[in-house]
Write a protein that binds this ligand. Sequence first.
Ligand code: MEV
Length: 427
Amino acid sequence: MGSVETGKSSRVSGFHKLSPADRLKLVQGFAGLDAAAAGHLAQPALDPHLADHMIENVVSAISIPIGVATNMKVDGRDLLVPMATEESSVVAAVCNAARQCYDAGGFTTSVSGTEMIAQIQLVQVTDPQAARIRILERKTEISEICNACDPVLVKLGGGFRDVEVRVIDTQGGPMVITHLIVDTRDAMGANTVNTMAEKLAPSIERWGGGRVYLRILSNLADRRLARARATWPLEAIGGPAVRDGMLAAYHFADADPYRAATHNKGIMNGVSAIVLATGNDTRAVEAGAHAYAARNGHYGSLTTWEVATDGGLSGTLELPMPVGLVGGATKVHPTAQACLKILGVKSAADLARIIAAVGLAQNFSALKALATTGIQSGHMALHAQNVAIAAGATGEEVARVAAVLVERKAVRQDVAETVLRDLRGKA
Ligand code: MEV
């Protein structure tokens, strides 16, 4: 069992029962983390001077738990996946879904490319259709201007790829919208494409004969799609009734935006957790995902689910994944660097693929829970511990108070306070 490539297995039994320190030791061995990275994860303080360089007016930093999902097999490679989230059950959901498709091969993934889009908005054009063609005629000059902005990217095999120009009707009249298509390789690329768009703007005004206002990337990064697919055997799902319930849940989401928003939020629980753990831009990925879910004029499910040939469930996920390994917080934040080492990714495309697999796993678990017991029973065990802490429990009191709350099916702070009072009274 385990990855053919590395010989390592992500099937770590009893991982959840270990202490955080022992879990970290195991992850360190699995991923070959050096002492500095492991030391940082054990004491994950963000240096205030570093924080002060990252954003403005820094006064502090917030710590979010990082959990590690086990059982993930992606394209034949066993992985331990670091996920930063404040929500209970998210990491467990990935572990469970991944365990249930592990023997069937795990996840198969791909990407469409690493191209980002920058938009240049040209207004007050008297002949917008002719302006469109005049801009398209300048493809060679556009390419030169763009590539001159980032020679290092060009040396690495990236840079300008194409230009598209659309005339759109708006409340303010027709606008000529130029799209720069740029391969940003291992960078998320926002700074690169924004610089190119700003540099090109005066030329666009000259060629188009109007006025440029906006010069900014599009978060609908539909030339940078990540895709994942997996099949869960019928016995892993729990039989045809569970499978059909999960399919009905998917059909519901795809037909109804009210449900699709929650369905996709569940997918993003997994996606955003890795995006955050690796220091990438969660809002860019979230915006792209939801815009992509509405690309057909109807907001629907980001995943698809079908009955597989063996009667199990076949799931897919496709969404824009503008993430990078170089530049921004990813490069300077020591926690992000350590998380990337745990994943062992060598390119932004590798990272994007793993993220898509985790999003699909997350959706599988949510649908399964929703089609059977509901999500509250799984949620409540950890939530009860948070409630116990909020009620003032410390140390061993936390687990004892939480157990009573779950047993009484009353996970509420007032009940936790009473239980804690009684417990302390007896001590
Ligand atoms: C909760 O954070 C996510 C779910 O609501 C997702 C879903 O409903 O599919 C459980």
